[in-house]
Ligand binder design. Structure first.
Ligand SMILES: NC(=O)c1ccc[n+]([C@@H]2O[C@H](COP(=O)([O-])OP(=O)(O)OC[C@H]3O[C@@H](n4cnc5c(N)ncnc54)[C@H](OP(=O)(O)O)[C@@H]3O)[C@@H](O)[C@H]2O)c1
Length: 293
């Protein structure tokens, strides 16, 4: 075997990171110093600005846990931030994108129980007012932004819960209890819509969902919709007895959406038009020892 190929073969067998045995935080003995990550240092199209490389492992600070990321959740908001759609420029010199993700806690910072080590979790807000998100092998986030993933819920599903789930939670619960009321979720098979259907159903509402495609009917039904209406079915006539209507779809120019909203307009709420002080806080974090909901 030529020397170069032999060296290459040996190199491939070596760990990709140089180990350095030292105890970090109050978790496990950590032998790694570098992780693979994707980041950008200027805004623009993914192909122009995203860099994939190695950088230092994050270390959990007081009140934080470190997650070995299994899945990183990409949200439209992450793309908009990378493309500077909000016109605020680079908030940090380097950004690892993606606020949502899932994985297993492998280290904890001061003040966090070691019982968290080894737990399957999902997190949100990792790159929200913070520079380093989940598009990396590891991310460190405050414990308040981490929830245990119940048994049987796949990690990839947990990685997509954050922003869509919180959006749906706010939309459903912003105006108080929906128990015994009828909630209309337009687009009830989408990321936000399917969560909204589940949350409203769980909170004791009667849920009417609308979908465009027959094949989406099952998604909305399985999420807990009592009735699923296909658009183009004379929606305005079929949506009745509405106590609360919610539009999570912002293309209100669409005929069907407008028809549904007109019927529901006596108590119409649009999640994007709500005054900030009406917004409830994010879903309750389970206390130590409580199982995650
Ligand atoms: N994703 C988030 O984290 C997030 C956060 C904040 C706000 N939002 C907003 O929430 C809305 C939904 O976002 P999403 O991420 O959930 O999108 P999504 O996953 O693409 O879901 C949208 C759903 O609405 C359906 N739909 C489109 N037009 C419809 C119509 N006329 N009648 C009934 N259903 C219709 C779509 O069906 P088709 O597949 O047939 O098009 C799709 O199932 C958007 O306005 C978005 O800006 C989203």
């Amino acid at each position: 075997m030529p020397v170069v190929s032999a060296l290459a073969a040996i190199w491939r067998l070596l760990p990709t990171r140089i180990p350095s045995a030292q105890t970090r935080g109050i978790g496990e003995l950590d032998l790694r110093t570098k992780m693979k990550a994707a980041w950008y240092e200027k805004q623009g199209a993914a192909r122009d600005v995203l860099i994939i490389g190695e950088m230092d492992d994050p270390q959990p600070r007081t009140g934080e846990v470190r997650i070995r990321v299994a899945f990183s959740g990409v949200n439209p908001g992450d793309v908009k931030k990378r493309e500077d759609a909000f016109g605020v420029g680079m908030p940090y010199p380097r950004v690892i994108p993606h606020s949502d993700g899932s994985g297993t806690v492998d280290l904890v910072g001061e003040g966090v129980s070691r019982e968290w080590v080894g737990r399957r979790v999902w997190c949100y807000g990792a790159q929200s007012y913070r520079p380093f998100g989940t598009a990396a092998e590891y991310t460190a986030v405050p414990l308040q932004q981490v929830a245990q993933l119940p048994e049987g819920v796949p990690l990839e599903q947990g990685a997509c819960l954050g922003i869509p789930g919180i959006t749906a939670h706010r939309a459903v619960h912003v105006a108080g209890s929906v128990k015994g009321k009828t909630v209309l979720v337009q687009g009830g098979a989408g990321a936000v819509g399917a969560c909204a259907v589940q949350l409203a159903h769980q909170a004791g509402a009667r849920v009417i969902a609308t979908c465009r495609a027959e094949s989406d009917n099952e998604i909305a039904s399985r999420a807990g919709a009592d009735e699923v209406l296909l658009t183009g079915e004379k929606l305005a006539e079929r949506i009745r007895t509405l106590d609360l209507a919610m539009n999570v779809y912002d293309k209100a120019s669409d005929e069907d959406i407008r028809a549904g909203l007109k019927v529901a307009s006596k108590k119409l709420l649009r999640s994007d038009l709500l005054p900030k002080d009406l917004l409830p806080t994010t879903p309750k974090q389970p206390e130590e020892g409580e199982s995650a909901a």
